[in-house]
Write a protein that binds this ligand. Sequence first.
Ligand SMILES: [Zn+2]
Length: 249
Amino acid sequence: MATPIRLLLAAALLSTVLASPQTVHARWKPQQQAKGAVNAGHLERASRLHNTRYVKLRFPANAWGTRQLVDLVQQCAKEVRRRHRSAHKLLVGDLSRRTGGPLPPHAGHQNGREADVGFYMRSGRALGGLWRVGGHDLDARRTLTFLACAIDSHAISQIFLDRALQAPLVREARRVGWKQARIDKTFSWPRGRNVRVGVVQHRGGHDNHLHLRLHCAPHEHHCRERPVARRHALRAKRKPRRHRRRRRP
Ligand SMILES: [Zn+2]
């Protein structure tokens, strides 16, 4: 007879099995593929990022990516909440379209390996959009926790962030005891704006979000690690003109 205790035991066993690493592995779809480059590519069998207790989507239609990217954003937002109980939700902008391809106004975001995420704010409230912020508005502690979680996953190839906003993060990293070698490897600040060193690098236009870019996963055989030259990049087709001249007979 199914006593309540037996039922409880069965439920506990089931939840253990569901949470086991083997199950996570089985759920992982190796056929999920980023194809081509971030600025000339597409996405197959995409995963979708959802609104959760930790994540707030700005553009749900463009919240598709590789499973690796979707999991990373979700898990690192969760990690921030675990470490800092009162942290607000992570505001997430564009990832990719369901099948990838050009996503204006971005040059990239085409093959599910890039995501725009907002900052944790000192006000304790997420902004309504990916708006420009100053260093003093930034909650450096929580934003650094998110960054460290993402970088420690070893899936990150690059993060773009204006150097003015890297400065408070570096100060925070020092404060919490990061070694100088780790800081040098992580941030391009205080080096110049054109120096391409560090995981987190300066790029113009990145004072309102963190731009995450992932490495190609080992099973993504048709994924290209680096962007293609601008002249080979895929762009959105222009809309046909409204008043077309009639063809001559
Ligand atoms: Zn971006």
